[in-house]
Write a protein that binds this ligand. Sequence first.
Ligand SMILES: C[S@@+](CC[C@H](N)C(=O)[O-])C[C@H]1O[C@@H](n2cnc3c(N)ncnc32)[C@H](O)[C@@H]1O
Length: 274
Amino acid sequence: MDMIELLEKRLLPHELKHIKGSFDIIGDVAVVEIPDELSHRERDIVEALLELNPRIKTVYNKGSARKGAYRLRDFKLIYGEEKETEHKEHGFRVRLDVRKVYFSPREATERQRIAKQVKANEIVMVMFAGAGPYALAIAKTQPRVRKVYAVEMNPDAYKYMAENVRINKAGNKIVPVMGDVGAECEKYFGKCDRVVMPLPKGAYEYLKLAAKCLKAKGGTIHYYFWSSEDGVDDIKEIVEVDFQSFRKKIKSLKITKVSEYSPKVLKFCMDIKI
Ligand SMILES: C[S@@+](CC[C@H](N)C(=O)[O-])C[C@H]1O[C@@H](n2cnc3c(N)ncnc32)[C@H](O)[C@@H]1O
């Protein structure tokens, strides 16, 4: 359900025209985007959310776009109290505080798409791991994975990832690593079968490191990026040239549309097999 469907019985047609974006429910916390023109309707919007999902205890209105290296945003509390939450996804739990850690429930399908490709005995590197949802999806979907190394530099996200590994009893599979991918990955050069790079704003800088993490016999990199529909071919060409310069031969390259970032910018994933 999107915001328009949620509110069509409560708002007037001219008010509905101001709606943009959708809402997210993360455990018992809801996140909405209320444009200034509808700030007088805050109460109605909260009531509509509570009617849809009576479990909701907290509602935040987005106060800014995502920003900074940790990809966080400002929030304004409009109902309940500021709190952490616990999201359930395909058999695992993710505890987090949306104010301190990046998380998007909309990426559950994409996480499953990646997790289902992981084979028994693989060693996986998840760069930019956040509170651990990719690592958890992999460990849950492929319990015979050998190890998942998950690197994150936001101390709050790392703390939640360590807690999520514990509450999901995944400690024998997932190794949370606190620090900058640029500094931490060297230890894993030549050791991995797969590298996941879920940082569309900036993963490009780390593509060479990802290639170095793969075993000499090769492996797969899942590289996320933003682009317009028209720009995808150019980005594909740039990546192909990069891999030539890394002296790595691309066996296959598949691009999947993941989500809409803004009306003209989409998030894509490039699955690069070396
Ligand atoms: C877009 S979020 C994705 C988080 C998580 N993978 C998810 O899907 O929920 C990117 C994450 O990468 C982290 N990050 C950004 N640059 C980093 C770097 N150079 N080294 C380690 N972590 C980084 C941010 O703190 C943030 O938690």
